[in-house]
Structure formats: structure tokens, C-alpha cells
Design a protein around this ligand. Sequence first.
Ligand code: ADP
Ligand code: ZN
Length: 363
Amino acid sequence: MKLSEREIIGQGFRYPIELHEDFQGLSEKLNSLPKVSKVYVLTSREIAGIYEKYITKELSSLNVPFSFIYLKPGEKNKHIDRVKKVYNQLIETDADRKAVVIAFGGGVVGDFAGFIAATYQRGVRFVQVPTTLLACVDSSVGGKVAVNVDSGKNMVGAFYQPEFVFAPLFTLSTLPEKEWSCGLAEIAKHAFLDGGDFLDKISKSKRSDFSANSPILRYAIEESVRVKSGIVSQDEKETGLRAVLNLGHTTGHAIESLTQYKKYSHGEAVAVGLVTALLLSRELVGFSESNFQRAITLMKQLELPTRLEEKPDEILKHMEHDKKKEGTSLKFVLLEDFGKPKFGVSVERKNIFEILKRQKGKL
Ligand code: ADP
Ligand code: ZN
């Protein structure tokens, strides 16, 4: 059953993001795309292990053949070296330009399958069926697709928008706790960027209120999509405003790379990074004490990590590898108020160091 639908509109693209209870209706949507020759479902063995039988049942109503291509799980396999193998699988099965690629999984599958769709025969149509909260609220919205190369994450990619996003929310019922944190951190980020009713309502919730079929989960996904798509439709290619979506990510990325992507999920690292951004915002751009306390309370209610466990000088070193480097300062997204982000704020290294030191203590 379709639960809700939101349209994302930008320059030269327009597509729906639909929340569904399960897979029912996916075939009908695919059948309505013009001139499809075949459907390829790109997924991982882990996800297929739980959900292949359900999606297969639904896809049996397709007017065209379909098949699965299994990707090795995990960020390390979202690698350029793996791409060739999938191109070959497509060529060997006569995939033509009328083929449709479905990304069935989390952000890793979405990025990889999207990259394949964007490049195979100069682009075939692409559909996102996200199965993680992060993919529902963040990575499936906005059209960024990418793979990793040896020297860097997401270094090769494209802006490539899907035909539609179809989120079967019941798949979230098997999501590991760390993955819930991942999505909830990006939801908190969107609520801070938006302010207003979204933040008010989320502030009244605690982590246990969020489950696969809870109304607050659906609300939070809908609102996150609204906030993110509103920003993306104004600046698809990140020439300016889209950068606000990096709130919390300067420190977040540094923590992830310092801990070699093992200790924290992306969202957990972003949660710690959000706190750094909130502390800097209070110090430098007039974010009020009461707003600060409210933000921390919300993060604690969502059971997100807030305290920095790593060494400030090591974090700084990793930040300097980041693309936002500039002289003796680094660029941050900060908040003047909820709903009032400011991007490209230069912060001196010594200020960052002081704030990181503070974040190691009690907030
Ligand atoms: P994201 O980038 O969206 O956080 P990933 O694609 O890295 O997610 O997936 C994170 C992990 O969760 C992977 O091990 C993946 O196989 C697993 N996973 C994804 N969706 C589900 C689900 N609905 N139920 C159980 N595990 C899932
Ligand atoms: Zn993120």
C-alpha cells in the first residue's frame, strides 16, 4: 500500500519519492515506464537473503524479464575495480539502452548501482528501492552516485537522478541498531537545518518511538525528504547552497577516516560531528545557549553519540586532508539559528582544536 508521495523537482528533472508499506505496486510503476527491455535488480547477498523472495513475487507481474545481480557488501566493495565485472554481466546478458537498473539496498548499493546506471551505454534508467533509513532520508534523494578508488571515497561519480524512489518501509524492521543511528543522525541534521514544526515534533520523540511502521518514522522520512529535496532542487550540482547538507560532516568524515571506517557507522560519526558544529556555532556565529541545549537533548533522546573519543590533533590532521582546507583555517557549515545555516565559514585551526578538546569532556 502506498503511504505517501512527494515529488522532487529540479532543473531538468522531476520524479516521485514514494513511501510504501511493502513491495506491492512496484511492478505497476515499472510497467508504466515507456519501452523497457529488461529490469536488473542490483543488490547484496545480505539483503537478498532476507527480501529476495518478496521482491521476486512482486516482480513476477512485470511485463518484461528481470534478473538479479549480486554485489559484494560493504563500502570497501563500492570500488571502481568491481564496476567492470558488472558491466560484463550486463553485456553478457544483452542489456541494451532500454534496460532499467534497480538499486535494491542501502546507500552503498544505491551509489554503486547508480554509478553503473549512469555510465552503462552512456546511461540507462535507474530506480531506487532503499532498504536502510539512511538511504530513505539521504542517499536516495538528490542524485549523487559514486564509487571509490584506492586513494579516496566517492572520488568518481555523477549527478544522476532516478526515475523514481520506492521505499518499502517494512524492510526497516530488520535493520541493525547501528544503521538506525545512521539514519537518525541525518534526520536530526535535517531537523536542525529546517527548524520549525519538524524540529518541534522530533524533539518530542525518543529513539524507541521509531520503528518500521511507526507514524513518527514516516513523518521524519517525509520531512527529511522535503528538506533535502528543497535544497537539492535549488542547487543540484553543489555550486553553493547544497553545501549546507554537509553540516556535521567536516568532523564526521575526519572521525570516520581516522578510525578507518570501523568504529562508527557514517551517521554515528556525523552525530559527533554535529556536536562539533553546534559548539562552534555557539562560539562563533551567535547560536544561542538554549538552542544548543535543545539540540544536545534531542540527540541524547535519539541515543546518538555526542562525545568525542578521539584525539583533537589527530582529528585535525584528518580534517586537513578534506577538500575544505584553506590556509590556516578550515571551512565549516554552522548554524546561526535552527533553520538558518551558514556555509563556507572559515574557522581557525586553534579554534577548532579548542572546541574538539571541549567535546572530549562533559557537554
Ligand atoms: P547505508 O549506506 O544506507 O547506511 P549500507 O548499504 O552500507 O547502508 O548497508 C549497511 C548494512 O546494513 C549492510 O550490511 C547491509 O547489507 C545491511 N542492510 C541494509 N538494509 C537492510 C535491511 N533492511 N535489513 C537488514 N540489513 C540491512
Ligand atoms: Zn551523511
